[in-house]
Design a protein around this ligand. Structure first.
Ligand SMILES: Nc1ncnc2c1ncn2[C@@H]1O[C@H](COP(=O)(O)OP(=O)(O)OP(=O)(O)O)[C@@H](O)[C@H]1O
Length: 308
């Protein structure tokens, strides 16, 4: 994997308390990496440092091989940033604003017009080119924020909670757009919502209280948080005592006449035992699935545990 972002032993302290502690991260050229963490975990601090908005207390960040502190101009050529609050000038039209940001990026003057047209197309805002930003909806403002992050075709695009506060329709559009962006750029995206990260990201880095607690693929993350309950549908539902008699089952919760949530000792694989018991007793097993609905709760617990 060729590396676009490398973070080594990154730590940051605001006055006396540490917001980020010894982070080590590597990100490749394309795809979406999720930065997951509860409020105050250190996501924005990390992103602000990566993008050169904040100087770290300790450690090193390189983007496309350039140290963000030592060679900020070179590094920033390859960084597009959408901060948590997009830096929009609301009295500008979309066109004025995008020309302005392109100039700020010191882009070649002859290339600006085409670049503005291209990002408007990518973010679906072309039909509002001469509308004042203050007259746009929240969803469209967010698109303008993303457009300014892409204007100079950076290799790395950093999006701080880009889907926060969007309504369900805007969410679908925003996710689609982010997936498209990730085909050409490396995207680092933060969220405190596990289901959002699961929907969008191939890989996930979880930080809590400034420390990295997990970094791997989304599939590995689901195993890491593997639920210790199953949803089981049985045509002939037995008495609770019969289910509790299966080795490893420690609690059952009847959901409907045909569906039950079965809790088991963490780390055990008990699917086969349930299938076997069903066959022996003619319970007529219709469905058995991992209880993903509980994952968000597990995540909350995990966040609380690691913050202490
Ligand atoms: N300018 C600041 N001065 C002092 N402390 C700060 C400052 N900014 C953030 N912090 C603290 O640093 C820690 C990490 O904050 P940060 O904003 O990076 O977290 P986050 O994961 O982005 O959370 P959120 O999603 O709520 O923004 C928190 O404890 C926060 O209170």
């Amino acid at each position: 994997m060729s590396i676009i972002l490398k973070i080594e032993h990154l730590s940051h302290r605001y006055s006396s308390s540490w917001a980020v502690r010894d982070l080590n991260i590597e990100i490749g050229q394309t795809g979406i990496v999720g930065l997951l963490g509860s409020n105050g975990a250190g996501k924005s601090t990390t992103m602000n440092i990566i993008c050169g908005v904040l100087n770290q207390t300790e450690g090193k960040v390189t983007v496309n091989g350039f140290d963000i502190r030592e060679q900020p101009e070179e590094a920033k050529k390859d960084i597009g940033f959408l901060p948590q609050t997009p830096p929009l000038y609301t009295d500008f039209t979309i066109d004025e604003y995008l020309h302005y940001t392109a100039n700020l990026r010191a882009m070649d003057k002859t290339k600006i017009k085409a670049a503005v047209e291209e990002v408007k197309e990518k973010t679906g805002i072309g039909h509002f080119s001469s509308r004042l930003i203050k007259n746009l909806s929240g969803g469209y403002r967010q698109r303008v924020g993303i457009a300014q992050a892409l204007i100079h075709k950076p290799k790395l695009v950093v999006l701080d909670e880009p889907t926060n506060g969007l309504d369900p329709n805007q969410l679908i559009e925003a996710r689609k757009m982010i997936r498209e962006i990730a085909q050409e750029h490396a995207v680092l995206l933060s969220s405190h919502i596990l289901s959002e990260i699961r929907l969008l990201c191939k890989d996930v880095i979880m930080i809590e209280a400034g420390r990295m607690v997990f970094s791997d693929s989304m599939d590995a993350f689901d195993n890491y948080l593997s639920p210790s309950s199953l949803l089981v549908t049985l045509e002939n539902m037995p008495a609770e005592s019969a289910l509790l008699a299966i080795k490893g089952v420690n609690r059952v919760e009847m959901l409907t006449g045909k569906q039950v949530r079965i809790y088991f000792e963490p780390g055990l694989v008990i699917n086969e035992r349930i299938v076997e018991a069903s066959l022996q007793n003619n319970w007529r097993l219709m469905e058995i699935s991992a209880d993903k609905t509980l994952l968000d709760d597990t995540f909350k617990q995990l966040s609380i545990q690691s913050a202490n």
